[in-house]
Design a protein around this ligand. Structure first.
Ligand code: PHE
Length: 339
């Protein structure tokens, strides 16, 4: 009998050693230690032994069974621990790995320059207004003193949506829209996109930005125009910058000028950017043509005003030393992240 008990111990130990899951362990418990298990069978057999032999084998069987119990418990804890470890391993965060990089967005250089331009004029009391990019011929041309057959319309290669409706070629139509709604005094700027049928190259783009300006009041003179635009150039390009006003022509201003700043690249000595002239054109301007006032029914005897329009890409190129306008619209992050 003692041999059978020892044999059972051996078998139990062999089996338990191979167990890895709680399910197998439970099966093992039922097989050996359960109410109908192998140990119970031994106890049953012992009860049929002669009385004097029973205590000895009984004691051995009890000991082996108790051992088996505690071995089973140890195994159970082992398996639970293992399970916990595996779980922890799966959920573990490796804090030694570098974190995922995310890059913060930045303002586009055109937006940065637009913000600067707006700040300068707002600080002078100008109000910012908006106008539609899809315009009628009336606002884009006619009310700006360019009737259908005016040769000046040739200055703008226009993109038409349909008969009489087009993508605005400049921000000047906003002047008309504002004056139709508001009587003087007024001082506004109108930043926004413009469109022309131009092929893309280093200095042309079919879409570009302008900032329009308009100031109307009693007694506004050319001196005011010069003062405001000189102040603007000094704030934009530095107080030392030389500014030049050159006679020009626009149908909606009279007299008209083009405003140049001394070349920021060569300081006026002459280079390829300023085409050896030492000067760079940055905006068009002039005294509002009384014929424009007639379109919006302003009293031409009482009011005068000045208007100006500047190209934002051009100003940005000069400020940042960029020689190709295409860079603004390609959205190459290597370019954009430099601002
Ligand atoms: N609209 C003109 C252009 O696009 C610029 C301008 C605006 C000139 C206002 C005079 C007055 O070239």
């Amino acid at each position: 009998m003692a041999d059978r008990i020892e044999e059972l111990r051996k078998l139990f130990r062999q089996e338990i050693a191979r167990i890895t899951t709680p399910e197998e362990l439970e099966k093992l418990r039922i097989k050996y230690l359960g109410r109908k298990g192998l140990f119970m069978e031994i106890f049953k057999d012992i009860s049929s032994f002669p009385a004097e032999q029973r205590p000895k084998v009984g004691e051995l069987a009890n000991r082996v069974r108790n051992d088996a119990f505690s071995e089973w418990n140890t195994k159970k804890k082992e398996i639970e621990l293992k399970k916990e470890e595996v779980k922890e391993e799966k959920e573990a965060i490796d804090i030694t790995l570098p974190g995922k990089k995310f890059s913060l967005g930045k303002k586009h250089p055109i937006t940065l320059i637009l913000d600067e331009i707006k700040n300068i004029f707002v600080s002078l009391g100008f109000r910012i207004v908006d106008g539609p990019e899809v315009e009628t011929e009336y606002y884009n041309f006619e009310a700006l003193n360019m009737d259908l057959h005016h040769p000046a319309r040739d200055m703008w290669s226009t993109l038409y949506i349909k008969e009489g409706v087009l993508l605005r070629t400049h921000t000047s139509p906003v002047q008309i829209r504002v004056m139709e709604k508001q009587s003087p005094p007024l001082a506004i700027i109108a930043p926004g996109k413009c469109y022309r049928r131009d092929a893309v190259d280093a200095s042309h783009s079919p879409m570009f930005h302008q900032v329009e300006g308009l100031l109307v009041d009693e007694g506004v003179s050319f001196a005011h125009l010069k003062g405001v635009l000189t102040h603007f150039c000094h704030r934009m390009f530095g107080a030392e910058t030389k500014v030049r006003f050159r006679p020009s022509f626009f149908p909606f201003t009279e007299p008209s000028v083009e405003v140049d700043i001394q070349c920021v690249i060569c300081a006026g000595k002459g280079c390829s950017v300023c085409k050896q002239s030492g000067w760079l054109e940055i905006l068009g301007a002039g005294m509002v043509n009384p014929r424009v006032f007639e379109f919006v029914k302003y009293d031409t005897k009482k009011y005068t005003g000045f208007a100006f329009g500047m190209g934002v890409e051009r100003i940005a190129m000069l400020r940042y030393g960029i020689d190709d306008m295409r860079l603004f619209f390609e959205n190459d992050r290597r370019f954009l992240k430099q601002f």
